[in-house]
Write a protein that binds this ligand. Structure first.
Ligand SMILES: CC(C)(COP(=O)(O)OP(=O)(O)OC[C@H]1O[C@@H](n2cnc3c(N)ncnc32)[C@H](O)[C@@H]1OP(=O)(O)O)[C@@H](O)C(=O)NCCC(=O)NCCS
Length: 374
C-alpha cells in the first residue's frame, strides 16, 4: 500500500486489544464484551473502569472498596498544585491538565516503575487525580483557592463540588458520571494510540498520558465537544440553522460534533447523549439548544449524510449542567483517562515498539553545494 492509500491510517489495524470493540457499520460499541447500551443506563463510571482494568464486573463489595480507594487518592501532591498555580490564568484548561499530568509524573512514587503492580497504582492515582487537577486549575484561574477532595463523595459529585464550591444535585452528578462512562474507551482513537506509541517505547505511564492529553486537545478529536457548543451559540436560533449551514458548507467548514472515522451509522454513544440532552436542557429551561441541535442534525443528515458523534450532544448536556465551555474537553479526558491507563497496561503487558514506515515523496539525488557557493 502507498502512503496516499493509508493516509490517516484509515482502515489500518495497528495491533490487538481486548478492551473495547467498535463495529462502525452496525453502530456497536463494547467494553470487555459488554454492550454500551447495557452499561450506560446501569453501570457507573468507576464500575466500568474496574471492568476495563480487571476484565470482569466488580462485586458490590469490590465496587465499594474501589470507590473508597479511588476517593482516597484524589488529593494532589503540593508540587502539582504549585505548578498549576504558576500557570498564566488564561492558559486553556487542557494545557493546564497536560502540564499537571506531566508534573504528577515527577513526584509519583512509582514514576519510573513500569511493572504491572506499579502501573495499576499509577492508573488509580491518575483516574483519581484528574478531577482534582481540572477543578483546582479552574478555581485558581478564577482567583479562588483549590478545594480539598472529599473521599466520601462519588467521583462525579466531588468533581462538581471541587469545581463549583458547592455540591451539585444527585441528578447532575449522575449525568456527568454517565458522560464519563460514555467517553471511557474507544479502540485506537488518536489519543489512545498516542498513549500506546509512547508506552511501546517502554515510556512510563505519566509520559504516555501526557501525550494522550495533548492529542485529545485538538478540535478534530476531544476539542470537538467545546467547538460544537460554540457552533450552537453562533447559530443562536432554530430558524438560523439552514442559512447558517448554507454558509458554513459553502466555506467548506467542518461542522464540529459530526462525522466519524469509524462509524458509518449512528454513534451508539450519541443515542444516549441525545436523550440526556433532551431531558437536561428541558429541566434547565434551555430547550432551545436541544431544538437547534435536532434541526442541525436533520439538515446535516439530509445534505451530507453525516451523523452526530459522541461530542455533539455532550455539548448541550454540559451546557445544561452549567459547565464552562472550555472545561468540556477536560471532562472528556476525565473519562478517557480510564481507557488510556488500561491501554498503557495492555501495551506494557505484551510490548513491541510501534514504528511504522513513511513513503518518501521528497527530492532525490541533489548535488551538494558548499556554503560559499549558495
Ligand atoms: C471526525 C473526523 C475528523 C473524521 O475525519 P475523516 O475520517 O478523515 O473524514 P474526512 O474528513 O475524510 O471526511 C469525509 C468527507 O466527509 C466530510 N465531512 C466529514 N466530517 C464532516 C463535518 N463534521 N462537517 C462537514 N463535512 C464533514 C468531509 O469534508 C469529506 O468530504 P469530501 O469527501 O467531500 O471532502 C471528521 O468527521 C471531522 O472533522 N469532524 C468534526 C470534528 C469532530 O466532531 N471530531 C470528533 C470526532 S469523535
Amino acid at each position: 500500500m502507498t502512503g496516499e492509500q493509508t493516509k490517516g491510517l484509515e482502515g489500518v489495524v495497528a495491533s490487538q486489544t481486548s478492551l473495547s470493540f467498535i463495529d462502525g457499520q452496525e453502530g456497536v460499541l463494547i467494553y470487555r464484551g459488554y454492550d454500551i447500551h447495557d452499561l450506560a443506563p446501569n453501570a457507573s463510571f468507576l464500575e466500568s473502569v474496574f471492568l476495563l482494568w480487571n476484565d470482569r464486573l466488580p462485586t458490590p463489595g469490590e465496587l465499594a472498596a474501589f470507590e473508597r480507594e479511588v476517593g482516597g487518592l484524589r488529593a494532589l501532591d503540593d508540587t502539582v498544585i504549585q505548578v498549576l498555580r504558576a500557570l498564566p490564568r488564561d492558559s486553556t484548561p487542557m494545557s493546564a491538565l497536560r502540564t499537571a499530568t506531566s508534573a504528577a509524573g515527577t513526584t509519583d512514587p512509582d514514576a519510573e516503575d513500569n511493572s504491572a503492580e506499579a502501573n495499576l497504582r499509577k492508573a488509580k492515582r491518575l483516574v483519581a487525580q484528574f478531577p482534582t487537577m481540572i477543578a483546582a486549575f479552574h478555581r485558581m484561574r478564577e482567583g479562588d483557592e483549590p478545594i480539598d477532595p472529599d473521599p466520601s463523595l462519588s467521583h462525579a459529585a466531588d468533581f462538581l463540588r471541587m469545581a463549583n464550591g458547592e455540591a451539585g444535585t444527585a441528578e447532575a452528578a449522575g449525568a456527568l458520571d454517565r458522560t464519563l462512562l460514555l467517553y471511557l474507551d474507544h479502540g485506537f482513537n488518536a489519543s489512545t494510540f498516542t498513549c500506546r506509541v509512547i508506552a511501546a517505547t517502554l515510556g512510563d505511564m505519566h509520559s504516555a498520558v501526557t501525550g494522550g492529553v495533548g492529542a485529545l486537545k485538538g478540535p478534530l478529536h476531544g476539542g470537538a465537544n467545546a467547538k460544537a457548543m460554540e457552533t450552537l451559540l453562533e447559530i443562536g436560533e432554530v430558524d438560523n440553522v439552514a442559512p447558517w449551514l448554507d454558509r458554513a458548507l459553502e466555506q467548506k467548514r467542518k461542522i464540529m460534533g459530526f462525522g466519524h472515522r469509524v462509524y458509518r451509522t449512528e454513534d451508539p454513544r450519541a443515542t444516549h447523549l441525545r436523550e440526556m440532552s433532551r431531558v437536561l436542557t428541558h429541566q434547565a429551561g434551555m430547550d432551545k439548544w436541544y431544538e437547534i441541535s435536532r434541526r442541525l442534525e436533520a439538515e446535516l443528515k439530509t445534505r451530507k449524510g453525516l451523523n452526530p458523534n459522541v461530542d455533539f450532544y455532550c455539548a448541550t448536556v454540559y451546557y445544561a449542567l452549567g459547565v464552562p465551555i472550555d472545561l468540556y474537553t477536560p471532562l472528556f479526558a476525565m473519562g478517557r483517562i480510564g481507557g488510556w491507563t488500561a491501554h498503557v497496561m495492555e501495551q506494557h503487558a505484551d510490548n513491541r515498539l510501534i514504528r511504522p514506515r513513511a513513503e518518501y515523496i521528497g527530492k532525490m539525488d541533489r548535488p551538494w553545494v558548499s556554503l560559499d557557493d549558495r
